[in-house]
Write a protein that binds this ligand. Structure first.
Ligand SMILES: *Cc1c(COP(=O)(O)O)cnc(C)c1O
Length: 355
């Protein structure tokens, strides 16, 4: 076994919601720890899945995901050949790490951020360099640029960032890219971009065509409500797109997942309603935190990161009252997924009575 893997801390999978609920003896337990869509999934997806031709079960899926590829290319106004699909964005993080990293290489992140970037860097025997965010939890682009050395093969930018929710402007991102050597990949994870108020102005979607070292990633797991189907994609410059298709396992995205993603894409009203309800609820949360004098980061996502004295004890209290939120991302801070209006109200009441 690779020494880098032997050293990894054992993975502790999350208990299923049902198991946790039974253990706690709760009549209802709501998971607001995984940034899932609280409004479910478009009914158009259910119809498409039911209409899927089951006689195709013994056949391999379309390796090129042609129908989905065409639809995504049209939606994003990009070259269909620049898209590489993956089993959720998680698999794309694995593929990118496997392709661009070797032993002794370095990977830069703005910390705190999504832990998968660091995990897969370690598996490839690369070193993770964490550059702390600024006081307002925005990316410190100056420090990020200063950390780049010839050993640095990748820089991850998560925009909006998980767990802070902070959004960086396209101008700042592009100015940063212009300081990065062409041999260093800049990977922009836009898992939550649909939730940003000015998503169309903020997205870096058109940059891979312009810069060969830029990759932009999206997932169907969040705003599109398809976390269980595992579909994500990355957009590459033509310098790398064909090679990445070679790295990808040919039948990674199964037909049901392709059908579900296509149906979800063809129901923009569901996504728009999700984004709109999320924005309304997000505004209620910031108002609540302001009133409670609780420090929080400005979020352009479907979650909020906030500071609370004795954070883990609050999380435990909320868990015992039916709400699971995310701990362990930064001492004294918690991340909660913005839920439905009823759940947010109940949760705010619980926090209010706890304090
Ligand atoms: C949820 C998430 C992903 C990946 O989700 P998939 O379900 O694997 O597509 C990627 N990046 C960030 C920052 C996320 O929060």
């Amino acid at each position: 076994m690779k020494a880098s893997i032997e050293q990894l801390a054992a993975y502790v999978p999350e208990k299923t919601l049902a198991t946790l609920q039974a253990e706690l003896g709760l009549p209802r337990l709501v998971r607001l720890s995984a940034n899932e869509n609280p409004y479910g999934t478009s009914p158009a997806v259910a119809t498409a899945i039911k209409n899927w031709d089951f006689t195709q079960s013994n056949r391999y899926p379309d390796a090129d995901a042609q129908a989905l590829r065409t639809a995504v290319a049209k939606q994003q106004r990009i070259d269909p050949d620049s898209i590489v699909f993956s089993v959720g964005l998680d698999e794309m993080i694995v593929m990118l790490s496997r392709t661009f990293l070797g032993a002794g290489d370095q990977v830069i992140v703005s910390a705190p951020t999504f832990s998968e970037y660091g995990l897969h860097a370690e598996i490839e025997d690369a070193k993770l360099v964490s550059v702390p965010t600024l006081a307002n939890d925005h990316v410190d682009f100056k420090a990020l640029a200063a950390a780049i050395t010839p050993q640095v093969k990748m820089v991850w930018l998560c925009n909006p960032n998980n767990p802070t929710g902070t959004v960086e402007s396209l101008a700042d991102i592009e100015a940063f890219i212009q300081q990065v050597p062409q041999e260093t990949m800049v990977l922009i994870d836009e898992a939550y971009i649909d939730f940003a108020a000015d998503a169309a102005q903020v997205t870096a979607m058109q940059l891979p065509a312009k810069y060969e070292n830029v990759v932009v990633m999206r997932t169907f797991s969040k705003a599109y409500g398809l976390a269980n189907f595992r579909v994500g994609y990355a957009v590459f410059n033509q310098r790398y797109a064909a090679t990445m298709q070679t790295v990808r396992l040919p039948y990674n995205v199964n037909s049901l997942a392709q059908v579900a993603a296509l149906a979800a894409l063809n129901d923009p009203d569901f996504v728009a309603a999700t984004v709109q309800k999320n924005a309304t609820e997000r505004a209620k949360w910031t108002k609540f935190f302001d009133e409670q004098q609780i420090t929080y980061d400005q979020s352009g996502a479907n979650f909020i990161f906030f500071e609370y004295p004795d954070a883990d004890r609050l999380a435990d209290y909320l868990l015992h009252h039916g709400y699971l939120i995310r701990t362990g991302l930064r001492p004294g801070w918690l991340r909660l997924t913005i839920g439905t209006a009823a759940d947010n109200q109940a949760l705010q009441q619980l926090i209010d009575t706890y304090s």
